[in-house]
Ligand binder design. Structure first.
Ligand code: CA
Length: 618
């Protein structure tokens, strides 16, 4: 012990220099915090922040790491290094900042990779994502509710925009619930640090791209959560935001250069009208204000055309994949960022991890506009976003109408779904569309508690969501009929999951804690999700559908000689469905209905009760 201590002290003395006259340059931020040897892209940017460090001479003490470039910024508190790691072995080397006779040493670790890029499996249409807002799901560790020194230093569950104390431990404590429910992937709203004064419980104002918010847990806890989820057959999707950061981020508060943020770091509001990106008639003003304007004054807009910004953001995403082994990224406000940069980012991630998946938030109102953002879109050519998965917001809107209306042969109700899907040729890959009834930004599928008494609406919607094409996503609490409308405030769309906090009056994680109606919804959801899990007909099958006959929508999913046929009555009346049009999807004269367990005769007609759905497997 004593000998080791002396060697350590000698090393410290050597590294910090012998002059005691003045303090040496102090580096307070290093990004990335560490990296790996053996990544496909051999270049590494290291961003150093510290008081006046730009006046130092920079070198490194490694034999196989090459320092290619040292870049200074307008702000003397930054030094940016570019390293060539193509020959680098796993090691800890030192970045030496020499100022006169004084040398500051920053140890930098290149770790041994623990996974091959090909082994990282992304989410696919075989999965169902379950979206959780970490602050609002379950409070597994009340001791982290308030972290001294952080700017928002209280929890208040009665206030919709305050922090409520949910955390990673709370999610880890309920992995069994999620596994039993039958979802196969967890998507977390951003868990990265949001050290803002207020209103950042949702996570979309990141103040440190390499740090899990300490009120949610540590980086290690997040890594362990991902590992535990994997052990239960659940994938992990991480939310990222490249368009903007929180204004308390050190990159903004002490910005390297004014051109790290759009409009030279002064606040100009975005129009949110991102259709201008692909609009052939768009005025230059429209495009610029949409993509370069700031999301809000407290969310400054990154200039990804600055190569240092671009490299910083790309590396931060690769870091989380390699560190935690996540299976996917959900990219916030995808169309608001620079198109070419985002395309480059997708390519680089998929180059390192070819089986990975990325879904971009493409909140646009038509399939034409959404399709533009998907990889290999003919409509975007010759440009290519390289974004594998886009969000089906138009279908979300239609699903929120279709199950309330009477369906006819030419309008309303389920006709809307049929009509929309007839236009799927606009998409380069319709199976890679994220489909959802609701999410953290929309009204919940039930806007009011009293509406939940009409449970058939949910049963039909969920059946459609889980059997049509695409990658379904369920929002936490939808399975227990949590209701809220956007007009109540966004915080109300993100209410606490009942039972996630000690002392909650109801614990909806258990059957005993749920009402009879909630149990009916939960059991229906669970049964359908468990049926879908591992079902290749749904995960990979072709979709063939018919126009509306007798108010009923009929479609088939088929794969390698097996098929599933759905017959959904979209009216409040009993319907006698003449089976003549459907012969090509009815290989047998009878089939068992999944929902009732009864054998259905498929001769001349089928009689469907009001809003009844048949789910027949062949
Ligand atoms: Ca907590």
């Amino acid at each position: 012990m004593k000998r080791a201590l002396m060697i350590l002290m000698a090393a410290v003395g050597l590294l910090t220099g012998h002059s005691q006259a003045a303090p040496t340059a102090k580096v307070d931020k290093v990004a990335p915090t560490f990296w790996w040897a053996g990544m496909k892209n051999p270049e590494l940017q290291i961003l150093l922040h510290g008081n006046n460090i730009a006046s130092s001479q920079v070198s490194i003490d490694s034999e196989d790491v090459i320092l290619k470039e040292v870049v200074l910024q307008e702000n003397p508190n930054y030094v940016i290094l570019y390293l060539d790691l193509s020959q680098a072995r796993p090691q800890t080397f030192h970045i030496l900042l020499k100022e006169g006779k004084k040398t500051t040493s920053v140890a930098y670790e290149l770790k041994q990779r623990t996974r091959k890029g090909e082994e990282v499996q992304g989410f696919t249409a075989s999965d169902v994502l379950y979206l959780i807002m970490p602050d609002r799901f379950a409070n597994g560790d009340p001791s982290n509710d308030v972290v001294p020194g952080m700017l928002e230093s209280k929890v208040d569950r009665s206030e919709q925009y305050a922090r409520h104390g949910g955390d990673i431990k709370g999610i880890a404590d309920h992995l069994d619930y999620l596994q039993d429910l039958g979802i196969t992937a967890i998507w977390l709203n951003p868990a990265q640090e949001n050290d803002m004064k207020e209103g950042s419980y949702h996570g979309y104002a990141i103040t440190d791209y390499y740090q899990i918010d300490r009120r949610l847990g540590s980086n290690e806890e997040f890594r362990q959560l991902t590992e535990q989820a994997h052990a239960k057959g659940l994938k992990m999707v991480m939310d990222m935001i490249f368009n903007h950061c929180g204004s308390e981020n050190y990159l903004f508060k002490d910005k390297p250069s004014l051109d790290w943020f759009n409009f030279r770091s002064s606040y100009v509001q975005t129009s949110y009208k991102t259709a201008s990106v692909q609009d052939t008639h768009a005025a230059d003003y429209e495009r610029r204000i949409a993509t370069d304007g700031w999301f809000t004054e407290s969310m400054p807009d990154f200039n990804q055309r600055n190569r240092h910004v671009a490299r910083y953001l790309i590396q931060s995403s690769l870091w989380w994949v390699e560190y935690a082994g996540i299976n996917g990224i959900r990219q916030d406000t995808h169309p608001y960022a620079d198109f070419d940069f985002m395309s480059q980012w997708c390519q680089e991630v998929l180059n390192e991890y070819p089986n990975f998946n990325i879904v971009g938030e493409t909140w646009l109102n038509s399939n034409v506009l959404v399709s533009f953002w998907q990889k290999d879109s003919k409509l975007a050519a010759p440009r290519n976003s390289h974004l594998p998965t886009v969000m089906d917001f138009p279908l979300n809107a239609l699903m929120n109408m279709a199950f309330d209306e009477e369906t006819t042969e030419w309008a309303g109700g389920l006709y809307r779904l049929y009509d929309y899907l007839t236009q799927d040729f606009v998409y380069a890959d319709p199976m890679n569309l994220l489909t959802f009834l609701d999410n953290h930004d929309t009204a919940r599928f039930y806007k009011k508690d009293e509406d939940t008494r009409n449970l058939n609406r949910y049963k039909q919607a969920l059946t459609f969501l889980l059997t049509t094409r695409g990658i379904p996503q369920i929002y936490y609490g939808t399975e227990i009929l949590m209701a809220a409308d956007k007009s109540e405030g966004d915080g109300m769309l993100r209410r606490d999951f009942p039972g996630g906090w000690a002392g909650d009056t109801a614990n909806c994680f258990t059957a005993q804690g749920r009402t009879a109606l909630q149990n009916e919804a939960f059991d229906f959801t669970r049964r359908l999700l468990q049926w879908r899990k591992g079902n290749e007909v749904i995960a990979k099958g072709n979709l063939k559908h018919f126009s509306i006959f007798s108010g009923t929508y009929v479609y088939e999913r088929s794969y390698q000689g097996r098929s599933v046929v759905v017959m959904m009555n979209g009216t409040d009346a009993e319907q006698t469905l003449d089976l003549t049009p459907f012969q090509e999807v009815l290989p047998r004269r009878e089939a068992v209905d999944f929902f009732t367990g009864k054998t259905v005769q498929l001769e001349q007609n089928v009689v469907l009760q009001p809003r009844q759905t048949l789910l027949l497997s062949f």
